[in-house]
Write a protein that binds this ligand. Structure first.
Ligand SMILES: C[S@@+](CC[C@H](N)C(=O)[O-])C[C@H]1O[C@@H](n2cnc3c(N)ncnc32)[C@H](O)[C@@H]1O
Length: 348
């Protein structure tokens, strides 16, 4: 069995979920977890690499060709050239395969990621020319193969993008684009954190375009899933998205007010939700009122757990503790340019 190293990238804050999923679905072994940086390196049996497309918690997957940790401040670009040229990239890029280099740079350097891409591109061309006597075509718009070169502080990583230009968190079902949509990878992570089991009832009472409900319906074959929002337009959009994801029949859609939750549902096992953030709603007082009233209802309706992603985590903690619930887990994640918390609460 030949094992290869795969770099999995994700939303910063859910690296442990990626490791769990890769272990479960690919029998992968974690090599390095850069918590808070959205990067996980795993070792995978070569024959199972194609299964990366089943991972719901990743943004990208890249097959590592070379890694070199001696890119000092001086002459780093020359080192980039050498590492790329010696990486074996010509096994993936040939004179008949168009390619593009995508470069990422993290840390303080006196060169830009464009410089890295340019130098790495030259190295790929030279490696292919050496191997085949001809140069490969460059296609920056629609490349057949994407060579990824990341300079992270003083380390250089050369890899091949396994999904080409595709980012795997962009699920094909997003027909209706909610203005504050949650990343599906975060929705998936939150569902796992709720400890829901297949057959439980899961509700998102402020479901917007339906991301949580759709991810839940795809994960839980036998569960009842409820997607509620006070906006009729968002519920229509969520329905469209669910239809595109082929799970419309698995979800009950309700136009309703989460601050009166008990008038729509009697009991649900778990609530997983992405309520509005105060910073986006404009009025902190109004947002706290919505949270207070929603949670006061939720504690009477929910049996197992409430999982929220929110910038209002202090209000959430205070209100839930007032009602005798415990916060069993809280973690900061990146969500766009905000850093909300995922909070997990349980009764008692
Ligand atoms: C951050 S968005 C949810 C986005 C959703 N997770 C997605 O991926 O599309 C918050 C949603 O809460 C809804 N909302 C706000 N107050 C509500 C209330 N009292 N009852 C029900 N929904 C509410 C808004 O209409 C909005 O769609």
């Amino acid at each position: 069995m030949t094992r290869r190293t795969v770099i999995l990238t994700t939303n910063p804050g859910i690296e442990d979920i990626v490791v769990w999923e890769a272990e479960a679905k690919l029998s992968a072994e974690a090599i390095e977890v850069r918590s808070g940086h959205g990067r996980v390196l795993v070792s995978v049996d070569e024959k199972k690499i194609y299964l990366v497309e089943q991972l719901r918690s990743i943004h990208r997957a890249k097959l590592l060709l070379a890694r070199n940790g001696i890119c000092g401040s001086q002459d780093c670009l020359r080192k980039v050239y050498e590492v790329v040229a010696a990486s074996g990239v010509e096994k993936y890029v040939t004179p008949y395969t168009s390619f593009a280099v995508r470069a990422e740079r993290v840390g303080e350097h006196d060169f830009s990621s464009l410089d890295v891409a340019r130098v790495a591109g030259d190295a790929v061309i030279d490696a292919v020319r050496r191997a085949y006597g001809e140069r490969p075509p460059v296609d920056l718009d629609y490349p057949a193969v994407v060579v990824s070169v990341d300079v992270i502080h003083d380390e250089i990583y050369v890899s091949i993008e396994l999904g080409g230009e595709m980012s795997w968190h962009r699920r094909g079902y997003r027909i209706y684009d909610h203005p504050a949509a949650l990343k599906p990878t975060l929705a998936y992570a939150m569902i796992l954190m709720s400890d829901v089991v297949d057959g439980d009832t899961l509700m998102d009472p402020m479901c917007g375009g339906g991301t949580v409900a759709i991810e839940a319906a795809m994960l839980l074959e036998h569960s009842r899933i409820i997607c509620m929002d006070r906006s009729r337009r968002h519920i229509a959009g969520a329905r469209l998205n669910a239809k595109a994801a082929l799970v419309e029949n698995r979800i009950r859609f309700i136009v309703g007010d989460a601050t009166r939750l008990s008038s729509y549902v009697e009991d649900v096992d778990v609530v997983v939700s992405n309520p509005p953030y105060g910073i986006r709603m404009g009025s902190p007082r109004e947002v706290r009122r919505v949270y207070r009233e929603f949670l006061r209802e939720a504690v009477n309706v929910v049996k197992k757990s409430i999982v929220l992603i929110t910038t209002e985590h202090k209000t959430v903690r205070r209100v839930l503790e007032e009602h005798g619930w415990r916060i069993t887990h809280a973690r900061k994640v990146a969500h766009g340019n905000l850093y909300p918390y995922i909070v997990v609460a349980k009764p008692g």
